[in-house]
Design a protein around this ligand. Structure first.
Ligand code: ADP
Length: 389
């Protein structure tokens, strides 16, 4: 089957056309700086040399239309079986589903929990509905991988009736990424109990057993758990109420504070990007050092938690932008776990393997770097969905 995976961001749009039989990438494109005075459109077929065009790209419609026009240079659009999306959150919906108006309404219902993500997905999906009205649009919700976590892991200490009435519980996110890591760690290292650390602009840790999540750090929204680039992470609810009272904040103002002025950026005061934070720290900047250390501390705490939950682990995996590329961050997190027989090999860690082990030979629990591949999981699930449909 030919499946187009659409990956919308707040000012960018990326897509890849897969042949799902061998997962060959037939076409890929990136549209950046949508809405700016000059946008950048880059595309290539069959992993050949990419072509870049700089031009104004007014909106999402224009961005998606550009990529469809390029696809039509080599393929008949009817050859594409479906467009797949890594959708985030919808009330009462999870798994791999057709993105009809009912599901869009359910996404809208949970919009306030993940406004940034939900808005870009709704825009992208409606763009496809307009541009390719007969094309099946399928979403794999990020919560799907966590759907079997036990109630003791997902319940919060609020009146049970309110949990039942409003669905206030842990759902978990980054499902496609953690699922890929679980699958790959099993293939590479025969690891059944895996702690997956997805550390990027948005970050979470997941405890995986036999290929499925049994607990994860993000909760009802992707704003909880670890600090994210600009999103808050865990925060005492009473601290929040106090803050709202003292600063006289409305709900919208509070949401904005927790989503776009907090997390790593909030502590550093300058940036939410680990590259800037590390640079600042290396120059002795106190706030950047605090941001770096606090983030690493949170990750370490979750690793300890999940070692207990899993009753030991076979492999700890680092993935995503910072997990795959920052030896300093990995060392801060996993450098002093010797008492658990988790021994980082500092030389291997500094070599920064694209995919491979960074633990020493005598480490009881392996430590690995594995590049995530969310599109792989989405394409395979969409293929399965279409075969059943
Ligand atoms: P996202 O989580 O935003 O989808 P990524 O997983 O690609 O995206 O993560 C992007 C983040 O990874 C960047 O914002 C940056 O903080 C971090 N990152 C990327 N490269 C490096 C690097 N070489 N060293 C440290 N951090 C990096």
């Amino acid at each position: 089957m030919k499946i187009l995976i659409a990956n919308p961001g707040s000012t960018s749009y990326k897509c890849k056309l897969y042949d799902s039989a061998d997962m060959k990438v037939l076409f890929k494109a990136t549209v950046e700086r949508i809405g700016d005075s000059e946008g950048i459109y880059t595309y290539s077929f069959d992993n050949e040399k990419s072509i870049q065009v700089n031009q104004k790209i007014t909106d999402y419609f224009e961005a998606v239309n550009l990529t469809i026009t390029s696809i039509k240079e080599k393929f008949n659009i009817n050859e594409i079986d479906a467009v797949g999306f890594k959708t985030v959150h919808a009330k009462g919906v999870t798994g791999c589903v057709r993105l009809d108006n009912k599901v869009l309404k359910a996404m809208e219902d949970y919009r306030s929990l993940a406004p940034v993500h939900t808005d870009v997905y709704i825009t992208a999906i409606s763009t496809f509905q307009k541009l390719l009205s007969d094309m099946p649009l399928v979403g794999l919700f990020e919560t799907h991988f966590h759907q079997n976590i036990p109630s003791e892991a997902y319940l919060y200490g609020i009146p049970y009736e309110l949990y039942e009435k409003h669905g206030i519980r842990k759902y978990g996110f980054h499902g496609a990424s953690h699922r890929y890591i679980g699958k790959r760690a099993l293939e590479l290292y025969n690891a059944n109990k895996v702690i997956s650390c997805h550390l990027g602009g948005s970050s979470s840790v997941c405890a995986i057993k036999d290929g499925w999540s049994i607990d994860t750090s993000m909760g009802m929204s992707p704003q909880s758990g670890l600090l994210n680039a600009k999103r808050v992470g865990d925060l005492d609810p009473f601290g929040l109420l106090y803050l709202m009272e003292k600063e006289n904040l409305s709900i919208d103002e509070t949401r904005d504070l927790l989503m776009s002025k907090s997390g790593i950026y909030g502590i550093s005061g300058k940036s939410g990007d680990f590259r800037d934070i590390e640079e600042g720290m290396n120059k002795g900047d106190e706030r950047d050092t605090k941001a770096f250390k606090t983030f690493a501390y949170y990750v370490k705490r979750y690793i300890g938690e999940y070692l207990a939950i899993l009753n030991g682990a076979d492999c700890i995996v680092f993935t995503a932008g910072a997990g795959e590329n920052s030896p300093a961050l990995r060392k801060e997190i996993a450098g002093k776990l010797n008492y658990l027989n988790i021994i980082l090999d500092e030389k291997k860690n500094l070599q920064n393997p694209k995919e491979g082990l960074i633990s020493s030979e005598n480490s009881k629990i392996k430590i690995a770097v594995i590049p995530t591949n969310e599109e792989y999981i989405v394409a395979k699930e969409v293929e399965k969905f279409l075969q059943k449909d």
